[in-house]
Design a protein around this ligand. Structure first.
Ligand SMILES: C[S@@+](CC[C@H](N)C(=O)[O-])C[C@H]1O[C@@H](n2cnc3c(N)ncnc32)[C@H](O)[C@@H]1O
Length: 201
């Protein structure tokens, strides 16, 4: 499998320069809404490629007893987050490549992480997500469903192709073509939920 990854230093530089046009400055409403319908009480959540982790901030207040793991490859960003979340015992911040991460989670959130990866890594992304979920666990969030003018990141695409790659691992999934998107992303993203079979390990 081709593993054409953008380096840690690429992402670290972008964070250091504040070159983060993907950051929407708040938790995405569609994600908060999903986790108000799917309770995180007594569950674990992983947010890979979390950036400034607005969702972790919001959800850790709603679910103070839930363990939230925030993971990002950029060291300077992670140092910033470790300060920002200091004293919040339910949030763990890890600096690591997602593909090297070990753990088991009930939920994993997607928010502009998939589009940050070279498209050659998409099958590997779904395989790793499957591995990191507990039986019955869910991968849920927002995926761009559009093509971008410039070569990425962000790398866009078609939701049908994403689902095709995911199907090797996830047999059950839902697609919402009209999520509660922020205005600049309206009609350009979909909400997907992939459920790991409760008999799979
Ligand atoms: C487009 S940004 C999205 C950030 C955040 N999810 C948001 O929506 O604001 C992608 C993030 O993924 C991180 N990242 C890229 N490749 C990664 C990898 N292989 N493992 C972990 N994090 C990675 C980058 O440092 C960056 O913070």
């Amino acid at each position: 499998m081709n593993t054409k990854k953008l380096s840690e230093s690429y992402w670290d530089k972008r964070h250091q320069l504040g070159d983060t046009p993907w950051d929407i400055g708040e938790a995405a409403p569609a994600l908060i809404s999903y986790f108000s319908k799917n309770s995180l009480e007594g569950k674990t959540l992983l947010i890979p490629g979390a950036g400034l982790a607005h969702e972790a901030k919001a959800l850790s207040k709603i679910y103070p007893n839930t363990r939230i793991t925030v993971l990002d490859i950029s060291q300077s960003l992670v140092h910033y987050l470790q300060d920002a979340f200091a004293g919040q015992g339910n949030v763990t911040i890890i600096c690591e490549d997602f593909f090297d991460h070990d753990g088991k989670y009930d939920f994993i959130m997607e928010q502009t992480f998939f589009c940050a990866l070279d498209p050659s890594l998409r099958k590997a992304y779904f395989s790793k997500m499957f591995e990191l979920l507990r039986p019955g666990g869910r991968l849920a969030g927002l995926w761009f469903h559009c093509v971008f003018d410039k070569i990425g990141p962000p790398f866009g695409g078609d939701v049908e192709d994403y689902v095709q790659d995911a199907k090797t691992f996830f047999k059950e999934f839902t697609i919402d073509y009209h999520p509660d998107s922020i205005p600049p992303r309206k009609d350009r993203e979909v909400f997907l939920e992939f459920i790991k079979d409760s008999h799979s390990q």
